[in-house]
Design a protein around this ligand. Structure first.
Ligand code: S3P
Ligand code: PEP
Length: 414
């Protein structure tokens, strides 16, 4: 798919894209309780999660009702995923807790992503792995309820271990610091507690004392990270938008902090009562921000930094190299295509903002990374641009291009 973008000003109200992080977590909760998701958006990552729970015996009706099995067991010996890191990295400890043998594989971009820390951790507790990246076969059954794991690679393992220890009726996790992407661990802890469990996260320890989980019926809440590209589009294009269906920002640093970050950069950016309102200004200030707790924000922040008056610095970026693409390189590449300079230091990237009139109108390939297409499409609203392989947005938000159209972006889709 090729999307051509013409100079346009974003305006209007839009519903925030459903959070795939929440959707995947809710789908995995159907290992324990009935989950009925209304109007579930079938992004590729969500489909990966659905296929995973099916392989573990969950009954799935109309891709919306998820009914737990009488007894959790591995029903399929081979699980093929597409590209969801969250699904894969949560599935591995879950499979280890159920016990048995399963082979997992996925498409190329997920095959390239590391699994080192979970392989290393679970190998200490009775689990064998045929390899430390996909495709791999896992066999055995988790032999301890107190798990130690390094927190420096991905939080997704720790979210998965919280599920695993619910399967085993309780236990603890010790995270060897640093604790990366902490906001996503908090999301998992919060969700289990809201469903009636008892999960405590103090310092670097998580204690799990499971209770029966309540059932759920409803729609998956909106996602700040995915919504942030609509906000970015409004800010770079001189427009405004209201994004609805978002939850009250939490006190910890997470994707919701983008509301504040855009405000600190000089935009009008306010949250009130489920709605996030942004309005463009003539000038934006550069920012210095550490994104390690919420790494998916890097590309959105880089997008506004591209037209800020001065040099921005995004720190805590090391792990961006192990996302769908090497996102340090991808950010540099997209910025370069629009004639914006950048420099990578050991754990940070400097972005030298330019006057937006000077942005080029390039062709960007999505590099197999949905967020590359989203970042580039926002910048293209200024002087135009083309995105190739534009269907890559379906990993997280298949409605992305239609949503931009409904926000008055002038785009053609071929
Ligand atoms: O748990 C989650 O839903 C996610 C955790 C983060 O990954 P890491 O913990 O690997 O940084 C984030 O980048 C990803 O998009 C979603
Ligand atoms: C990194 C991402 O997702 P995942 O790790 O789940 O593939 C993302 O959506 O940017």
């Amino acid at each position: 798919m090729i999307v051509r973008i013409y100079p346009s000003e974003i305006s209007g109200t839009i519903k925030a894209p459903q959070s795939k992080s929440l959707a995947i977590r809710l789908i995995f909760l159907s290992l324990f309780t009935r989950i009925h998701l209304h109007n579930l958006v079938l992004s590729e990552d969500v489909i990966d999660a659905i296929n995973s729970v099916r392989a573990l015996g969950v009954e799935v009706k109309n891709n919306s009702e998820f009914i737990p099995p009488e007894k959790l067991e591995i029903k399929k010996k081979f699980i093929k995923l597409k590209g969801s890191g969250t699904t894969l990295r949560m599935l591995i400890p879950i499979v280890a807790a159920i016990g048995g043998e399963v082979t997992i594989d996925a498409e190329e971009s997920l095959r390239r992503r590391p699994l080192k820390r979970i392989v290393e951790a679970l190998s200490n507790y009775g689990i064998s792995f045929s390899s430390s990246s996909l495709p791999l076969t896992i066999s055995g059954k988790l032999s301890s309820y107190n798990i130690k794991i390094s927190g420096d690679e991905s939080s997704q393992y720790i979210s998965g271990l919280i599920y695993a220890l619910h399967i085993l009726n309780g236990g603890s996790i010790e995270i060897l610091p640093p604790i990366s992407s902490k906001s996503y661990i908090l999301l998992t802890v919060d969700l289990f507690n809201r469903f009636g469990s008892n999960v405590k996260f103090y310092g670097n320890k998580i204690h799990i004392n499971p209770n029966n989980l309540v059932e759920f019926q409803g729609e998956v809440a909106g996602d700040y990270g995915l919504a942030s590209f609509y906000a970015l589009s409004a800010l770079v294009s001189g427009g405004r938008t209201t994004i609805v269906n978002l939850w009250e920002p939490k006190e910890y640093f997470g994707d919701h902090n983008i509301v504040k970050i855009f405000r600190e950069m000089g935009a009008t950016s306010e949250y009130s009562d489920g709605k996030w309102y942004v309005e463009a200004k003539d000038k934006y200030s550069p920012i210095k921000v550490n994104i390690d707790d919420a790494p998916d924000l890097a590309m959105t922040i880089a997008g506004l930094a591209a037209i800020a008056e001065g040099t921005s610095e995004i720190t805590g970026i090391e792990r961006l190299r192990i996302k769908e693409s090497d996102r340090i390189e991808s950010i540099r590449k997209v910025l370069g295509l629009y004639s914006v300079g950048s420099e990578v230091k050991s754990n940070s990237i400097l972005i030298f903002g330019i006057n937006k009139r000077m942005l080029s109108s390039p062709v960007t390939d999505c590099l197999n990374d949905h967020r590359v297409a989203m970042m580039s499409s926002a910048l293209a609203l200024v002087n135009g641009g083309v995105i190739t392989s534009a269907e890559c947005v379906s990993k997280s938000n298949p409605n992305y291009w239609q949503d931009l159209l409904s926000l008055n972006a002038k785009i053609s889709i071929e």
